[in-house]
Design a protein around this ligand. Sequence first.
Ligand code: ZN
Ligand code: ZN
Length: 148
Amino acid sequence: MTEPRRLAEPVKGRCLCGAVTITVEAMLAEVDICHCAMCQRWGGAFYAGVKGDAVTVTGEKAVTVYRSSQWAERAFCGTCGSNLWYRFLPTGSRSFLAGLFDLPSDFGIERQIFIDEKPDWYDIVQDSPKLTGPEVIAEAMAQGFSFD
Ligand SMILES: [Zn+2]
Ligand SMILES: [Zn+2]
């Protein structure tokens, strides 16, 4: 697999009220989409996340972080309610809501996961790898993570 393209310039995003800003450096030029039932309940539909290397968050005191499952935590702005990020606890990796940022137009989709939990009322037409929930869990377990 080739390493996806990264943006040369840092990208700055913010929540709806502006209390929280997030700057991501070397952002990967593609979004990661999750159709799982938890993400639907969290944000109303699918989750679209972006990630990169160095991250700077300002307005941390407005951020509420909670444990959304045994393997993840999610964060939102306590003032405006904008969702901010998802952190996968076994690796510590964090992705941020794509909608917080003004992204260039040539972003792609890395892949869509939990495609088996996607409701019928929307479709994302761009061709990208699509994995079911069991396939995602099998992949995580193959990387050594246990869901017990
Ligand atoms: Zn806010
Ligand atoms: Zn999800």
